[in-house]
Design a protein around this ligand. Sequence first.
Ligand code: TEU
Ligand code: CA
Length: 648
Amino acid sequence: MKVRRSIKGGRLTMDSHLKEVWRNPAGQDILKKVCLQMNVPAGVIVKGPLGNLTLRNLDKLTRGKLSKGFFDAFLSILNENWEKPIVQGRDTAEKGEGEKAAAPWWKTAVFYQIYPRSFCDSNRDGIGDLPGIISKLDYLKDLGVDALWLSPVYDSPNDDNGYDIRDYQNIMEEFGKLEDMERFISEVHKRGMRLIMDLVINHTSDEHKWFKEALKNEDSPYRDFYFFKKGKERPNNWTSFFEGSAWRYFEEDLWALHLFSSKQMDLNWDNEALRSQVISMIRWWLEKGVDGFRMDVINYISKREGLPNGDETIGQMMGYTGIEHYFYGPKLHQYLHQIRMEAFAPFDAFSVGETPGIGMEMAKKLTARSRQELDLIFNFDHLETPGHTRYDNYRYDLNYLKRYMIDWMENYGPQCHMSLFWDNHDNPRMISKVDPEGLYRFKLAKMLMLVQLTLKGTPFLYQGQEIGMCNQNFTSIEQLRDIEAKNRYEKLCETMTAEEAFLNVLSGTRDHARVPMQWEDGAFGGFTKGDSAWMEGDGDYWNCNVEGQWEDDNSVLQFTRRLLALRREYPLFGLGRFRATNQSRKNLFTYYRYDKDTVFYVECNLGQKPLYVGKRPGNFILITSSYCQESVEKMLKPYEANLYRVVR
Ligand code: TEU
Ligand code: CA
């Protein structure tokens, strides 16, 4: 049945069909996300009968479970986002980039994320610091990474390990002084590397001077930098990402909004003076030589006017009530464009937005070159398989990662560029999700490294990934430091035993990736020469450390170094073309990467059982493998990954 176009005056309404909604960029992403959460194939909408369902009938079908507020917000998001960002296109090389203008540096660079609290301690207080990081710059240079992403080092009371900033233009005392930061920038550049800092501008600490003055004096010019509301009741039903209400109560019936911890107060980006203050601060860092920023939850900065209640059903499905009113807010593009034009563009600075919940179509509107907003975004939909959250104790199936990557490689379009990451400071280690027992730990680490460094896009390695660091065998809640996990534990203890609550948070706590970097087989893995560390791992450093692997040619570390050198030699890994083969073969992930001069071929066994692949053509020259010995002619071993050069 041909779907009657039901768009009145160019606007979607309750009488619009899901097929029409799917044609809208934001609509397609939201429907995909809902299908992902419900573990339902999106095809039921695109091809199946569901596509002919109108939103009005959907409302009847769900017996009013979805509130009018949800449909209002949903239709607002859709009707605010009609225009297609760019021409849809399958993978194509950077047309003309090679010939006319050189591609920007960040399209061929490999980034390395440093979590400063856990990287290297120079003064024996058990806390990582800037001098400690500086002492490791030669290691990073020799490893072969091109740019560093430094998680926050600004002055902070550390409620959320630095993502609660008290002074954007000063350094946290435990990490050092402003002079150390200036020396760090200079030392990075001396080694031909670049540096991006973490920019947390969705919220500040409640100890920031703006907030302190705003709270003290309702006539302060800073009052409207935040979301203060008067009243006996909470202003709405929004919940925090760190448990509980997103509203903190102050005396005299005053409330303030915090999407994260109760010490991280959301900034009101609708206030022009706030935007101007933040833009000045960004320019201040760029004038110091910083090369760009990773922008923390940057898609949350524009909240829907009036802060309406969130839909309870959506809140249950997404885990956070109210998210539909800010994850892709009405003025997001406007504010990102302003930040770009007034702060980043004059310095030709790089930007990558951390954008939880943003799908491919919205991402195109955030990163297409012509939009002048962000250069890259971090999408997170590949970090858990459909129907799972990071707190579910399950075995990650790499076939999902294969499908996800092929979809983005082929459909993200010629104007957009992907970020490629498996690990960061907010997530458990990917190798532990796939192989929790660690039976194939280092083989798997090499395979994932080979895929990450040969797919099309900009890779972001996270500290410790280059040696195969994995999740920790924490045994008690006292070992954890992550405010999100600890708040979740407290909440769970209201309805289950402490043991059950601990086991729940154990799967997903962000602490797995925040234990000290493992430099050597010695106390605290060489992270500190002091007699304690701010948090301790499980002693895995005896089995996995930089010093030991540096001497071992077959280690994950040396495997990574060789791949980084190859990427540096062949820009095609960042800029060239991608073609997947064997797409329907379970556990087999194979693809070509090529430009007009060179062809590479990657083949991976995504499982723990040997896999038949058939005879490889004679002109395939093996460059490197996750296994040392030559692979058996027609079989791939568990997690065997091979990179070939195809000689024409
Ligand atoms: O993370 C935001 C984010 O997406 C995750 O925190 C996620 O929302 C959360 O873990 C729930 O699953 C950024 C930073 O990366 C994170 O470290 C901060 O805690 C957070 O923002 C607040 O600044
Ligand atoms: Ca220290």
